[in-house]
Design a protein around this ligand. Structure first.
Ligand code: BDR
Ligand code: CA
Length: 306
């Protein structure tokens, strides 16, 4: 059982990742969700996270994280997720839990009190995790490991050089990749291979009706259109790759490399610069996925949700 702290900037693929974690409860124990600034502003990612957690029956506390990156100005990904961060989504009116307060303080205490047991998963900009690492000298060494979505060994998607989660806070990403803990990263090199295509969409539609099916189809309605307009493709399952990895690491192939983040270049700000393959490197970069097994896991989670 993987005990995780799940840091999210809830847009559409974050929401799918949260739902997957909720459906895979025999494999993954979400100790708490922290909403952070990223795809949209913190107030919106927090509202989205509370709504999604309630809708998928994930019984864990929801906290707030950072409202701004460490140094740079705030950037957003409105083209893909809309003004609310989850445009198109219709939530049933339900009484949702209140935010439980500052997630950074909670994460530091929780990790230090459970050394070696907890994996910190970050699928938005890594600001919260970088603050935890800098706030306490034992934080990084008390983690079991870190799992992130982000980076690219080739081109970026936010700019030609930078993937969005790194672009959102390059200085934080440099801290995380070099904190000494083991980092498993899902860069664009692998996540761009995991596409929710027409065949998968039809399969979702043919599944038994459930509240989650209704919710997911409402999310996909907007997300598919946004991806067609901005990317000329069906949506990529960026953030769900982290959850699939935690439930079944053998789905993915990795290369072990050192990673630094460009924080000075005018044209290359936010680029992840990787070394040659190095068996002593602390970062494991996802490079390939067994798509059949990824989707098997996705549907296993989907069917477990009401
Ligand atoms: C990342 O950017 C965000 O828009 C997605 O949620 C994902 O975390 C992909 O580059
Ligand atoms: Ca995200």
């Amino acid at each position: 059982m993987e005990k995780i702290i799940f840091d999210v900037d809830t847009g559409h693929d974050d929401a799918i990742a949260i739902a997957m974690a909720a459906g895979l409860r025999d494999e993954i124990d979400v100790l708490g969700l922290i909403a952070t600034n990223g795809n949209v502003a913190l107030s919106k990612t927090l509202e989205n996270t509370l709504n999604v957690a309630e809708a998928v029956g994930l019984e864990c506390p929801v906290f707030y994280g950072s409202s701004k990156p460490l140094l740079r100005d705030v950037v957003a990904a409105g083209d893909f997720h809309g003004e609310s961060g989850l445009d198109g989504t219709t939530f049933e009116k339900r009484k949702k839990q209140e935010c439980k307060g500052n997630g950074i303080l909670w994460a530091i205490n929780t990790v230090l009190n459970n050394p070696g047991e907890i994996t910190f998963v970050s699928v938005g900009p890594y600001t919260d995790l970088a603050i935890c690492i800098k706030a306490h000298p034992d934080f990084a060494k008390s983690l079991k490991r870190i799992v992130v979505m982000g980076g690219s060994m080739g081109r970026g998607n936010a700019t030609d050089s930078a993937e969005f989660n790194i672009w959102g806070d390059p200085e934080a990403a440099e801290i995380v990749f070099n904190c000494g803990a083991e980092v498993v990263a899902m860069p664009l090199d692998v996540t761009l291979k995991v596409i929710l295509d027409e065949e998968i969409l039809e399969k979702i539609k043919s599944e038994k009706d459930s509240s989650y099916k209704k919710l997911l189809l409402s999310q996909l309605d907007f997300y598919i259109k946004a991806n067609k307009i901005n990317n000329n493709s069906m949506p990529h399952m960026h953030d769900p790759c982290t959850i699939a990895y935690l439930a079944d690491p053998t789905i993915f192939k990795f290369e072990q490399r050192n990673v630094h983040v460009e924080t000075k270049g005018a044209l290359t700000y936010g680029r992840t610069v990787t070394s040659d393959i190095d068996e002593n490197a602390k970062v494991f970069l996802g490079v390939d996925a067994n798509l059949e097994r990824f989707w098997e896991l996705f549907f296993k989670a989907f069917r477990a949700l009401k």
